[in-house]
Design a protein around this ligand. Sequence first.
Ligand code: FAD
Length: 451
Amino acid sequence: SAIANPSSLGGEPEVVIVGGGIVGLVLTIGLLRVGVKVKVYEQARSFREVGAGIAFTANVIRCMNLIDPSIPVALRASGSVATSNGGAEDPDDYLRWIDGYERHREDPRKQRLFYKLSAGPRGFEGCRRDQFLESLVKCIPPNVVELKKRLDTIEDRGEDQKLLLTFQDGTTAEADAVIGCDGVKSRVRQILLGEDHPASRPSYSHCVAYRTLIPMAQAIEALGEYKATNQHNHVGPNANLLHYPVANNTMINAVAFIRDANEWPDDLQTVAVGTRSDVQAAFEGWCEPVRDLIERFPDTMSKWAIFDLWEFPVPQYNNDRLCLAGDAAHATSPHHGAGASQGIEDALCLSTLMCGVVAETREHPEAKAKALTAAFRTYDAVRRTRSQWLVNSSRRVCDMHQQAEWADDAKITKAETVFEEMRDRTFKIWHFDYEAMLKETLQGYKQRRGR
Ligand code: FAD
């Protein structure tokens, strides 16, 4: 072995986080705050995320604040704005679903609002991912994050010794525990479950997303001021078009979700170059404002094949001193817009547990491995059902957005009956009782440790 005398356990818990995406970095800040020694290994050369938008609900921003108050500050420093602009008359943020299909009305620019849900004042805040990541990195001391480190293997050399990680460049590292925040194609998940396990690979959701940012002035030309400056989801047969303002209202983030009956070959990159004409073809027969907006899409843009863990969910998020968080544990299609938010809830649960582990190992250093194992078991028990529900529910929401009935005048009332269900599902995300989660987390850990 490369290391003849592996380090034994002792001292403060040393945790490695694999993957420096949003969840990995938020968790890093949380663990540092409770006194864990953290190292992050990220395969990329830099923190360049795609410049696409991402939104968080007020509830999740409160979870961020509990993890560490610097996180919501970082979010706001990255130019996050409330996604609605109703002015003093109506300060609430809403989700709005509107008729995207062509109905040959007198005014071809008019679209009927089917339904809206209030998330309250500053109910969501949207920002650019790359800017948020940059702000998060600034909250982390230097030398915690190492770039250009792609995890290959993790070896468990026994309970009294540290885990040994090997990277593709041949270097190694040691840790008391490893948390895989390495996204949808997680290597830690493969190591935890075995490469042949069906959940070791995500599957194609048969939906592709074309994402782009459009300058606000152009969006206003196409949609009119109100629609451009407020979140809207245009629904119709086999596709939907979602947009909301980002970057201090200077741009909108627009995403066209299009159903795809074909398979997505395993060896093909999941992010490809998409063309405006692909999008135009999918939105043929849709109303004028939607077509006008698509005309303002760039000639080419990123096209994302959406993969998730719906077909084969992960049976357990932990194994001894390994665990999974964020997309690595529960990669979801993005139709609830809450994938990263689930990861933030994971990070809150894990930071709380690690606070318990730090306290316990200060008094009982010999109990470190058992304390870490109990923490990860508790995490699995607290988080798995809810986060896997989200994966399931996101698929259901996509089906509701893209019903064939949206195109059929005779069936439009039937189509609209989905909104009661949409409300219940959305509220389950927005009104999550994280205080109850924290109580369950602390109780679960205490029970498992018998202290
Ligand atoms: P990732 O962001 O995928 O990060 C994983 C990191 O691990 C990467 O940096 C990667 O380079 C690194 N890595 C991978 N393998 C290795 C390895 N072997 N060794 C070292 N490093 C490795 N969520 C929301 O909450 N709100 C939204 O509005 C929203 N909108 C979305 C819109 C779209 C179109 C999509 C596709 C998703 C959306 N999501 C949204 C979901 C959100 O993007 C993801 O849930 C979130 O990015 C997951 O974060 P993560 O840190 O778990 O994984």
